[in-house]
Design a protein around this ligand. Structure first.
Ligand code: ADP
Ligand code: MG
Length: 882
């Protein structure tokens, strides 16, 4: 079914927008008729009678029976039969009005009819038992609350009762005479004295209605009246702020800047829904029909009759509408002939017995349908809230301004302080710089003045000097001139002398040439003579040697013959000597005497000269004799002084005969016991010669001699008491320092030569090598103790340590003993300790300290070991309990 009140949304929107800018639109009062079903009493009483009305809802018509044959037909905006549901009644009667109110219009829903026909049923049922029974008021509030936003909108309610022209507040019973205030300009009616309760939810609204109803019941009891004689008015104020409109409005005004926007007040729409449950209309009839006076009418119901009159006037377009005649008409001024959308439901009963009241009601409805209202949008700008908003904003701005002002002042103060500081700093700097500059200039000035003064003084001085110079120069020139003339005359004299000499020289040269040839001849003769002499001398010396030998042999033979002993005559000097020795053993003096005898007979010089004899045999004999002589300490110095040592060394180098080598080396060994000789041997390349000899030797005895010689060189005379070599008597000549000799010995390759000889393996040779090493170690140890030697042992440097370790426990006791001593000497110096540990010498030292057969060496080893922190640390490290 199409609702006649219902405008499509777009039409509403259009109307709303128009309302903003146009004054109003026409809107007739809509009237619906509702028939109450027969109640129990009527069902009985009117059982035989038909209803007084017949409804044709499809035609929106109502037929009223005048009598059995005649009916009057009336048309209404809506015809609601006794079967119409509460929901449908709400939707056709009230819903369009509610929607209008939500859109910002005033609206009125009013029920008019005879008491008992269902006005209160239609409007005020709460529907607590059955929600389908809910009346218009409850449903209207539901729709309103569903549509508004509780944040931006508000819904508030007043509930009043009008009885006998007194307006009572049903929400505050003490307030029983509320005055109606009309705005003279707009004619708007308001009730400033009425309680206005803000509604937030449906439940609180229902409770409020119940409270109002209770108050109404109490008031009526107190006043001894009935509710049917009073009008109940519910006023619902809906205030909504419009947002969507703002944009349209701004664009329309061509003003979209933000300030204007913030200054623009919120657009507010205020709709007021008035629901009126009128007193029973039967009273009107009574007042009218029974001709009551005004007072009587008042007592019956002035307001209701005044409403009827106004509706009549409005329906007839009468010039005068007596609105002011009653409070009800004043209150409903806007609902009839005003700006509100008004919907009237007239309620009728079916009983033919009340046809009069029913007719009168229908007529009221018919007239009301003719009343035209001009619907007007109640839209206004919310200047109050705008003002509040602006106040808040202004406060904020003032605070912000004050804050900024304060910050600005602080900033200014800071900048001022900073600037002042900077200025005073700059002033200080400037003053300092000025002072510095002034001092500098002052200093420069003083210096320049000083320099100028010095220059001036110098110039003065030079000026004086120059004057002196001029005088002396003249004098010098005169002197030079004199000298020059003297020189010239001298030169002339010299030139003459030179010429003279030149002529003399020419003469001399001539005489020299003749003398030269003479002298050449003489020189030749002299050379021949010398050659001959030499040859003869050689022969003589050979003959002398042979003579020496023969006389020696003859002596021996004679002696043997004298003693009558057997034996053959020895073939050579060597064997002769060797044979002589054992026999003279018992008498050393005798042997010495025989050698001394030899000296005297032949002469040392002569013997030594035989060392260079061409004949090899002579050389061999001579070297043997020299060797024997050298074995005598008393001869040694003489031999050396006579150049014997040098000759022996030369012989080592020049001869290829191994016997000569062996015997010469032995002689050198004996001579090498003296430090002076040692130095001589070394200075004449002795070590080198001995080394070469060793390298070429095949006979171990040759090596033994060479090794013995080097071994002697290795030690100091005082120490050479180890291997049958005699102790050298302390020399009167200053000795070279031992470490110097050692360095030299080592530098000449002595140690290397010794070590080179061990490969022959002969125990005698090894024993000599061991002795040499022991000597060397001992001397080195002494030098270290004196502090003249630092750094590790030269023996270690030259790689002797492995051989030492290898032979420290040699089976041959001479070798072992020397090596044991060498180990002890090396160990006495911490600087050697590390190498000895890595080379394994520590174990030998330990062994010597425990096992050595010689107690003195054992003690020495023990002492050495226990006084070395390095050895002790190593033993600790290896957890060896020593
Ligand atoms: P009024 O307010 O006009 O004096 P009420 O609303 O008090 O009338 O109704 C009188 C009686 O009729 C109540 O008992 C009510 O329940 C009942 N009544 C009224 N209208 C209807 C209806 N349409 N359907 C059923 N009962 C109704
Ligand atoms: Mg009622």
């Amino acid at each position: 079914m199409i609702c006649i009140y219902y405008f499509p949304c777009s039409v509403f929107l259009f109307v709303n927008l128009m309302c903003l800018y146009s004054s109003s639109v026409p809107g007739r009062v809509r009237v619906a008729v509702r028939l109450r079903p027969r109640n129990a009493e009527e069902s009985v009483a009117d059982a035989d009678f038909a209803d007084c009305v017949e409804l044709q809802p499809e035609f929106k018509r109502l037929k009223l029976r005048k009598n059995n044959w005649d009916t009057d037909t009336y048309e209404f905006d809506e015809v609601l039969t006794e079967f119409a549901s509460q929901k449908r009644v709400y939707e056709v009667v009230a819903k369009p009005v509610v929607e209008s109110v939500l859109d910002g219009y005033n609206g009125t829903v009013m029920a008019y009819g005879q008491t008992g026909t269902g006005k209160t049923y239609t409007l005020g049922r709460l529907g607590e038992e059955d929600t389908a029974d809910r009346g218009i008021i409850v449903r209207a509030m539901e729709d309103i609350l569903a549509d508004v936003s509780l944040e931006s909108d508000s819904v508030s309610v007043s509930y009043l009762q009008l009885y006998m022209e007194s307006l009572q507040d049903l929400l505050d019973p003490t307030n029983d005479n509320i005055s109606i205030v009309e705005d003279p300009k707009s004619g708007d009616v308001s009730l400033p004295g009425a309680t206005l309760v803000e509604i937030r939810d449906q439940q609180s609204f229902l409770e409020l209605l119940q409270l109002g109803e209770a108050h109404r019941y109490a008031a009526n009891t107190r006043l001894n009246t009935e509710s049917s004689r009073s009008h109940a008015l519910l006023m619902v104020h809906v205030k909504r702020s419009v947002k969507g409109r703002e944009l349209a409005h701004s664009i329309q005004n061509g003003n979209s800047n933000n300030i204007a926007k913030s200054l623009r007040p919120t657009l507010v729409r205020k709709g007021k829904l008035v629901v009126v449950d009128l007193a029973g209309s039967e009273r009107i009839d009574k007042s009218g029909s029974e001709g009551h006076t005004l007072e009587e009418a008042k007592s019956i119901n002035l307001s209701l009759s005044a409403l009827g009159k106004c509706i009549n006037a409005l329906a007839e377009n009468s010039a005068h509408v007596p609105v002011r005649d009653s409070k009800l008409t004043r209150l409903l001024r806007d609902s009839f002939g005003g700006t509100a959308r008004t919907s009237l439901v007239i309620t009728i009963g079916p009983s033919p017995r009340h046809r009069g009241e029913t007719t009168s009601t229908i007529m009221f409805g018919q007239r009301a349908m003719k009343v035209e209202n001009m619907l007007k949008l109640k839209e206004e700008f919310d200047y109050k809230s705008l003002a509040r908003k602006l106040d808040i904003q202004l406060d904020k701005l003032i605070m912000e301004h004050e804050r900024k002002q304060k910050a600005f002042e602080e900033e200014i103060e800071r900048i001022t302080t900073d600037t002042q500081n900077q200025i005073s700093e700059a002033e200080r700097n400037y003053a300092d710089a000025m002072e510095k500059e002034r001092l500098k200039y002052q200093k420069d000035y003083m210096e320049s003045i000083k320099k100028l003064e010095e220059k001036w003084m110098m110039n003065q001085h030079k000026l004086g000097e120059r004057k002196d110079q001029t005088a002396s120069t003249a004098q010098e020139v005169a002197e030079l001139k004199k000298l020059l003339s003297k020189e010239t005359s001298l030169r002339k004299a010299v030139e003459e002398e030179v010429n003279n000499l030149k002529s003399q020289l020419a003469q001399l040269k001539m005489s020299e040439a003749s003398a030269n040839s003479e002298s050449l001849k003489l020189r030749k003769m002299l050379e021949d003579e010398e050659y001959r002499k030499e040859k003869l001398e050689g022969e003589i010396s050979m003959l002398q040697t042979q003579l020496l030998q023969l006389s020696f042999e003859a002596d021996e033979t004679r002696r043997r013959l004298d003693r009558g002993g057997p034996g053959k005559v020895p073939g050579d000097l060597d064997s002769l000597i060797s044979q002589v020795r054992p026999q003279v053993n018992d008498s050393v003096n005798e042997e010495k005497a025989s050698i001394a005898n030899l000296f005297e007979q032949v002469g040392l010089q002569k013997i030594l000269s035989l060392l260079e004899a061409e004949d090899a045999d002579v050389r061999i004999h001579a070297v043997k004799v020299v060797a024997n002589l050298a074995a005598e300490e008393s001869n040694q110095q003489k031999i050396v002084e006579a150049g014997g040592l040098t000759s022996l060394l030369l012989l080592l180098g020049s001869s290829e005969n191994e016997t000569i080598h062996r015997v010469a080396a032995g002689a050198i060994a004996n001579l090498a016991m003296n430090e002076t000789n040692q130095e001589l041997i070394m200075s004449e390349g002795g070590i080198r010669l001995l080394s070469i000899t060793a390298a070429n030797a095949e006979d171990p005895q040759t090596l033994r001699m060479v090794a013995g010689a080097i071994a002697n060189l290795c030690g100091n005379g005082k120490l050479l008491d180890l291997f049958g070599f005699h102790l050298q008597q302390s020399s009167t000549s200053p000795l070279p320092s031992p470490d110097k000799l050692q360095n030299k010995l080592r530098g000449e390759g002595g140690i290397k030569a010794l070590l080179g000889m061990v490969k022959c393996g002969h125990p005698d040779v090894l024993a000599q090598v061991a002795r040499g090493i022991a000597n060397f170690a001992k001397c080195e140890s002494r030098a270290s103790a004196q502090g003249s030697k630092t750094g590790r042992s030269l023996l270690i440097e030259d790689g002797a340590l492995p051989w030492i370790v290898q032979n420290a426990n040699n089976d041959a006791s001479p070798i072992r003993r020397h090596i044991e001593l060498a180990v002890c000497h090396l160990a006495q110096h911490e600087v050697n300790a590390r190498d000895m540990i890595t080379g394994g010498a520590l174990w030998e030292l330990v062994r010597i300290s425990q096992d050595c057969s010689r107690e003195d060496i054992r003690t020495l080893a023990h002492r050495t070991l226990t006084s070395s922190p390095t050895f002790l640390a190593e033993l600790r490290r290896l957890r060896i309990d020593y």
